[in-house]
Design a protein. Sequence first.
Length: 410
Amino acid sequence: MLSPRIFRVNTTLLASFATVAFQFAPADDWPVFRGMDRNGIATDESFSSEGKITAVWKAEVGLGYSAPVVSGGKVVITGHNGADTDTVFCFDEKSGEELWTFSYPQPLADLYFQGGTTGTLTFDGDKLFHVAREGEVFCLSVKDGSVIWKKHLQEEFGYSKPTWGFTGAPFVMGERVFLTAGESGIALNKNNGAEIWKSKNEEAGYSSPFPIKRGETQYLIFTNKRFYVCVEAATGEAVWEYRWMTRYGVNAADPVISGDKIFISSGYGKGAVMVSWDGSSDPVKIWQSRDLKTQMNAAVLIDGYLYGVDGNESVDGTGLKCLEFATGETQWIETSIGHGTVSAVGNQLVVLSESGTLQIGEASPSGFSPAVSEEVVPGRVWTVPVVANGRIYARNEGGQLAVIEVGKDS
């Protein structure tokens, strides 16, 4: 199951690499995919989990599934016009006023689904990073959306396009931006797009680069169509790969990590596995089960329990499920959610059902009893809810974005 890999490293551009603190926005912003800690959980003291639901503002952003990101008073999200163009939209966080747009040619690519944008952008200071499905990589100015630099994963780096296109949220650390591409990622200079290291050509997975640290060494976990792969962030050298064959090669969900435990899950009947890795040897399997099959979005881990959507879209029995992290034992499933999505604020689950109903309730292994339940966007919804500065962002596949406040005095 585990084997070494060989990578090509551009030594002329490989500088001394030191572990640095991730550069994030203020505490209640949501500047990167799955939030500040990349675990789908916010720590937002201004968030209300009960009361009246009020739509503060709404916008139409086009077809797609990318999630909004929020930083420094700006909300950025992408969509497709249904013909031949993607657009990045930037809105004022408070009012919803459109501040700027950036568009580029892109096919709809509606293979077995509606098509449109899939990858979520990443804020980093005065820059935004974005990967398009055909392989364009953009570094944009947060101020006005102008292009700082542009690269192409197919044309310039020789990567084959995955079946459903390139995706995943760029991950920025120090002076580098890491992207899901090839066998186990690529690292570029964030200031000019120059290659630092790259992995071999392979059909990439659909997850985002995920940081993990052991001792003083920084690692990243990537996916391709056959493996989850862990590499040293400094060099791109693989330290282990875990064979994980999912139907159609769809390894899309980010891993869930707690201590030395790593939880991996995918859909299409595959299920999940828990491994332990202390950094000194290969990962060791603890348990494996088909009881949580996260087709697209990762579960959230709260107080020793996983909460995630189990099953495939358009399949009966799919719903929000709770598993014990240590054992994999199922606690409950709520099928009314369908193939919806889940994030959290503290110990409160923020759930969007596939039909667009917002539900908020305590994360508990005893069951899900939401204090709030109201339709906020029409279905179909596959995009995770985002929570930033007391507001919830809900987006459907048609591009309707609703910004919600919850509270007795809203």
